[in-house]
Design a protein around this ligand. Structure first.
Ligand code: PRX
Length: 629
């Protein structure tokens, strides 16, 4: 873990610009009167009918929020903006890898979403159905998600990099009758072939009756008559009218299901609902990033995972921001691609992942230095603990030592940020800092009792919050068993991460519990070892796993991607082993360092250590459906 004494204080300018200037007192209020706090936040949004109860906890752990209220997330994300100046503001700026760009005002977004909503209705989609969406990162993906929500259907977005088996399994679980896809997308100048994969999946998906395909990369694709329709053909018909009423829904009606992999077993379909999710995502986005009316917001994730759902699509639209979207590789054709777009579009807030930062950092400072990045006001990180070297590069080189880094800890299950700083929070690189308002976070032992400061324990959330997933689709029992009920009377949500709290109350997430190694009885986070390796000037990315060892119980084995042009010699391997030992102590010295060109990762950028482990042990690699590329 990094030097915890290092504190980065916000500048006077950041403090002067901050809406919330006192975290402690608002936090105190938010946990003393949690329901009052959330009611106040909910009142920032419009509702068709108010709630009877802010929190209904009569059937724990199946909590309900704003029960009795009538709402639709689309009313807050689009409809209400049409009655004020936001109507003419850009909702989406989009650029393709080839450099084409287009943009949509909120007024245009409403038209596009309404046309898609009416098209879906004409295909028989109705309230309660789940539509599967399998698309590249193009505006139509956002239209499709919002169109489903608008008519009261739920969406299940399957990341465009998934295989046909993964897609078919998700279609079957959701019992989808309609699939929305595209011919394909682009990656490093080469077309990807989504429709062909969708066709393979549909051979295994008897429930699908209709497949709507958006034409994007112009690839020749096979269309089956009576099942397959081009969206541009449908859009030209009177069925795709640009006027569509937004369906009035219950607060607890399902908005979407999103599949996330556990470490083992079949993917879990996490269910999120309209009311609480609207309030939670909008509030976390507005407060953590102190969203200003004219912000240009770029969350460089994929809409196919929760970060994209919450912080590309829903929260920024509810808050009336302008969203940047880019369909393509971050370093194509050159490693300045992202920075070029930050300059070109005047991006104010950029939210990305440590893995992306490290990936771009290895090409050196000269690429971002070619661009004027002075529009940036805040930076954000998500997905894994950020190692101090990546933090400092992001902070100094991208943010010009001016922009606080909002490191947000959360999960598919939590819907939105749970632990994160505000712009005014003094930062410690590698710590997501303090709980977001309304949340009491604990680091506990097996009995649910708080461990002393500095000691490692299990990360739990001691209270319900509006953005929480309501269940695992079709498996309430698994939801209750997996996340709740380990600690008797203490009704804690179990995050599955291990963490420490330091003397200042800062929370340090170490990693998934299954990624903690016991070596000679000592506990070591794989992330700690990786961070130590990456702190060596010649290493750009690293992974650590534990393999059985006769004497030590487990021994550490590591994999390293070197900076461009560096040769992986035996001497360097020895040097790196010594470097880790010097950083963390001899106990953490790896047995070996294997030089690799790539690491197996999930779409959300997390290293799939179990795949490395299985490979090293010559075992079956298990479910690879979440593996990137
Ligand atoms: O281990 C934590 C890690 O990502 C897990 C959740 O993964 P997923 O559901 O894919 O959602 C990722 C995006 C929200 C967590 O259990 N994680 C996420 N953010 C952080 C993090 N670990 C440390 N610091 C973070 N900021």
């Amino acid at each position: 873990m990094s030097d915890k004494k290092e504190l980065f204080h916000p500048s006077a300018e950041v403090i002067a610009n901050a809406t919330i200037k006192d975290y402690d007192s608002l936090y105190q209020r938010s946990i003393e009167d949690r329901e009052g706090f959330w009611a106040e936040q909910a009142n920032e949004l419009e509702w068709y009918e108010p709630w009877d109860k802010v929190l209904d906890d009569s059937n724990k752990p199946f909590f309900k929020w704003f029960s009795g209220a009538k709402t639709n997330i689309v009313h807050n994300a689009i409809d209400r903006h049409l009655h004020n100046a936001t109507r003419n503001k850009l909702a989406i700026i989009w650029e393709s890898e080839a450099g084409e760009m287009c943009s949509y005002s909120y007024y245009a977004l409403n038209r596009e979403v309404s046309q898609m909503a009416n098209t879906l209705k004409s295909m028989g989609v109705k309230k309660g159905d789940i539509v599967t969406i399998y698309m590249p990162q193009i505006p139509e993906l956002v239209f499709a998600m919002l169109a489903c929500a608008k008519i009261g259907a739920a969406h299940s977005v399957v990341y465009g990099g998934f295989s046909y088996e993964a897609l078919a399994a998700r279609i079957a679980d959701a019992n989808s009758h309609v699939l929305i896809t595209a011919d394909g997308g682009w990656r490093r100048g080469k077309p990807t072939n989504l429709k062909a994969i969708a066709n393979e999946a549909m051979k295994r998906s008897p429930t699908i009756e209709v497949c709507i395909t958006v034409k994007y990369n112009q690839l020749d694709v096979e269309m089956e008559s009576e099942r397959d329709f081009w969206y541009h053909d449908l859009k030209a018909l009177p069925i795709a009218s640009p006027k569509c009423e937004t369906e009035v829904l219950d607060s607890e009606d399902m908005l979407f299901v999103l599949y996330t992999s556990g470490t083992t077993g079949k993917p879990k379909g996490m269910v999120h609902t309209h009311g609480g999710y609207s309030v939670y995502t909008a509030t976390t986005h507005r407060m953590a990033f102190d969203i200003k009316p004219d912000d240009r917001w770029w969350c460089a994730a994929d809409p196919g995972w929760i970060t994209g759902h919450s912080y590309i699509v829903y929260a920024p639209l509810i808050n009336g921001s302008t969203i940047m979207m880019y369909e393509g590789a971050p370093n194509y054709p050159y490693p300045n691609r992202w920075w070029q777009m930050v300059e070109k579009y005047g991006i104010n807030v950029m939210y990305t992942s440590p893995t992306a930062i490290r990936g771009l950092m290895r090409f050196g400072d000269q690429w971002p230095k070619r661009h004027d990045l002075s529009s940036l006001r805040l930076l954000g990180s998500v997905g894994e603990p950020i190692n101090p070297e990546a933090w400092r590069w992001f902070y100094d080189v991208i943010g010009g030592s001016r922009c606080p880094i909002i490191d947000t800890w959360w999960q598919t299950e939590t819907g939105g940020f749970m632990i994160c700083p505000l712009p005014i929070t003094p930062l410690k690189p590698g710590s997501a800092t303090k709980p977001f308002f309304g949340n009491e976070i604990g680091v506990v032992d097996d009995n649910g009792d708080e461990v002393p400061a500095g000691e490692e324990g299990k990360l739990v959330i001691k209270n319900p919050w509006p953005g929480m997933a309501r269940t695992i689709m079709g498996d309430d029992q698994r939801y209750a068993d997996l996340y709740w009920g380990d600690y008797g009377d203490k009704e804690y949500y179990k995050a599955g991460d291990s963490a420490k709290v330091d003397d200042d109350g800062y929370i340090w997430v170490i990693g998934r519990m299954d990624e903690v190694l016991k070596v000679s009885g000592y506990r070591l986070g794989t992330a700690e070892i990786e961070s130590a390796l990456v702190s060596h000037p010649l290493v750009s990315e690293a992974a650590a796993i534990g393999l059985p060892h006769e004497l030590k119980g487990n021994a550490i084995h590591t994999y390293a991607i070197l900076k461009e042009g560096v040769a992986g010699t035996n001497e360097l391997a020895q040097e790196l082993k010594a470097h880790v030992a010097a950083e963390l102590g001899r106990i953490a010295q790896p047995e070996d360092v294997t030089f690799v060109d790539a690491l197996p990762k999930t779409r959300s950028g997390k290293i799939m250590r179990r795949v490395l482990r299985a490979r090293a042990l010559g075992q079956d690699e298990g479910d690879l459906s979440t593996l990137e590329e």
